[in-house]
Design a protein around this ligand. Structure first.
Ligand SMILES: Nc1ncnc2c1ncn2[C@@H]1O[C@H](COP(=O)(O)OP(=O)(O)O)[C@@H](O)[C@H]1O
Ligand SMILES: [Mg+2]
Length: 330
């Protein structure tokens, strides 16, 4: 994997009143997006996700620092050919059909005739709208609009797809459809960067996440490290074990649940030895469940500026950000 996009000490200061009062500062941001990954940009409303994405797309210019694209260029005009973009709450002309909308965007990228027609056909198929290709967008559900928006972002066959809150405002089915599409894009070798405030969605599909609050990145994390490198305990379910006898083994906390005996063992337990001892006593093991923190636990801890668990592997080529939200309380 190599780097496809890099923020280097990038800041954006926004002043919007006549006195030029300082209203909001994003950054300085230092982050890299690696080729082929799904990168989740996570943060509550107002954190600065959209501003970050506008900087990436060249819709805003950094106040300081820079953004480096692909092979070391800082020229967005050149990079844009390889970027696909779905804005937050996109607005499309309601009287156009799905095909017409895609053809319109294809034209902007210089596609014509057979090439345009075949790109449009393959995109409506990719997003599962082939049966509605000639339906006006005014008849589309929110989920269908989001899917055609995603197709629009792919019209130039981009290497990197940047999606601003692609999952918000959708029902569970709509969300799972978009999630599946994002995973499909990764399967095609594309890089996906998307913002979200919905933790579960990020948890399910991202390789890495950055957590943003008040314009600062609190932490970058490799999702499997957060989820799988963080067993908080093991629950061993046994069927025919008298709790009193088990307690004497000192393997962990022993309790009864629904007719079973549950032993909760610490995360650093020697599971093999403990299980062998139980089996030697004639105990029947029904299940061993590793209990893990979810990204939600992690996120809440980070946002509170509390003692988040250290992320062991910072992931390919990026720095760890250890700031807390307190640094940013102005
Ligand atoms: N043009 C602007 N001028 C001043 N402040 C802005 C402007 N655009 C956005 N903001 C403020 O910047 C902050 C971050 O906005 P945004 O990036 O849209 O957040 P997010 O997408 O994470 O919800 C918000 O507090 C917002 O009110
Ligand atoms: Mg936003």
């Amino acid at each position: 994997m190599n780097e496809i996009l890099r923020f280097e000490g990038t800041t954006k200061v926004l002043r919007s009143d006549l006195a030029g009062r300082h209203l909001y500062t994003l950054g300085p941001l230092d982050l890299e997006v690696m080729r082929g990954e799904i990168f989740g940009y996570l943060g509550p409303n107002g954190a600065g996700k959209t501003i970050t994405i506008k900087l990436m797309m060249g819709l805003l210019r950094p106040t300081s620092g820079r953004i480096v694209y692909f092979d070391g260029s800082t020229r967005i005009q050149k990079a844009r050919q390889k970027l696909g973009f779905l804005p937050e709450q996109p607005y499309f002309y309601q009287h156009l059909t799905a095909r017409e909308l895609l053809a319109f965007y294809g034209h902007l990228f210089g596609l014509r005739n057979a090439a345009l027609s075949s790109r449009v056909t393959s995109l409506v198929r990719l997003v599962g709208l082939d049966e509605h290709a000639n339906t006006r967008l005014s008849k589309f559900s929110k989920g269908m609009l989001q899917r055609i928006g995603l197709a629009q972002a792919l019209i130039n066959n981009p290497d990197v797809v940047i999606l601003d809150e692609p999952l918000s405002g959708l029902d569970p089915i709509g969300r799972s459809e978009i999630r599946d599409l994002i995973v499909k894009l990764k399967g095609e070798g594309r890089t996906v960067f998307f913002s979200s405030h919905i933790l579960q969605d990020v948890e399910m599909i991202c390789d890495r996440v950055a957590i943003l609050a008040n314009g600062k990145i609190l932490r970058m994390a490799v999702v499997p490290d957060v989820l799988y490198g963080s067993v908080t305990s093991y629950e061993v379910l046994t069927s025919n074990a008298p709790p009193n006898l088990i307690r004497k083994l000192n393997l962990g906390m022993v309790s009864a649940r629904g007719g079973k005996t549950v032993i909760t063992m610490p995360p650093d337990s020697d599971l093999n030895t403990s299980l062998k001892r139980l089996i030697a006593m004639g105990v029947s093991i029904e299940a061993v469940n590793p209990l893990r923190q979810t990204l939600e636990d992690y996120f809440m801890r980070e946002l509170k500026g509390g003692e988040g668990p250290a992320v062991k592997t910072p992931g390919p080529g990026h720095r760890m950000f250890a700031g807390t939200s307190k640094e940013n309380g102005s």
